[in-house]
Design a protein around this ligand. Structure first.
Ligand code: ZN
Length: 200
């Protein structure tokens, strides 16, 4: 098993360090969950260029050839989840979700509804709600979106590296596969993002 150094960087011959301070936004006090993303870029380099220019990012990037690059410290927060989270109760249970405040929010128009749901959910503790930026880390897999519902497939090398990386994180953070989410499960995204990612 590999380990993290004092700066929150994973020390292993399998992991390159290329830290972008622009995408780190204050201290990350606790890590409860992991969110898996796809970059909507065709190469790791295109994502590095965006990070260097100050875009939002995540803690790890997995290139198409399976290379793992750590782009932010796990002690720092990245804005990878987005501002408005979905209701875990509503997404999992549908009509059987007995949260009265959520039921009220679902009667609102779309823009007001997703804002109200986010506010209700943020008062809950994980795992009653989905992860947020202040209690999760993100893994980006390089891949472009194809249309409004799909992304390009992941390579076998990317899937192998994702599993290896998750195994390191499970051990270090005392988490398991129940704490790993695809980005569109958690917030309002192209449903194809990371749709073809698999892990144990
Ligand atoms: Zn994402």
């Amino acid at each position: 098993m590999s380990s993290f150094d004092a700066a929150g960087m994973l020390v292993s011959p399998k992991v390159q360090h290329q830290r972008y301070s622009h995408i780190e936004h204050g201290a990350l006090q606790r890590i409860r969950a992991i969110v898996v993303h796809q970059t909507d870029s065709g190469s790791a380099q295109a994502t590095f260029n965006a990070y260097a220019a100050g875009g939002n990012g995540a803690h790890f990037l997995i290139a198409k050839d399976g290379r793992i690059i750590q782009t932010a410290s796990i002690k720092m927060r990245c804005y990878h989840v987005g501002r408005l989270i979905k209701s875990r109760c509503l997404e999992l249970k549908g009509a059987a979700c007995k949260d009265a405040a959520i039921a009220k929010a679902t009667a609102l128009g779309w823009a007001a509804r997703i804002k109200a749901i986010d506010q209700i959910e943020r008062q809950k503790a994980y795992p009653d709600r989905f992860p947020v930026n202040s209690d999760s880390i993100g893994i980006e897999l390089v891949g472009r979106h194809l249309d409004s519902a799909s992304y390009e497939p992941l390579t076998p090398a990317q899937l192998n590296s994702l599993q290896w990386l998750l195994d390191q994180l499970y051990a270090h953070l005392s988490r398991d596969s129940g704490d790993v989410f695809k980005h569109p499960q958690v917030s309002y995204k192209n449903p194809g993002e990371a749709a073809r990612a698999q892990w144990q």
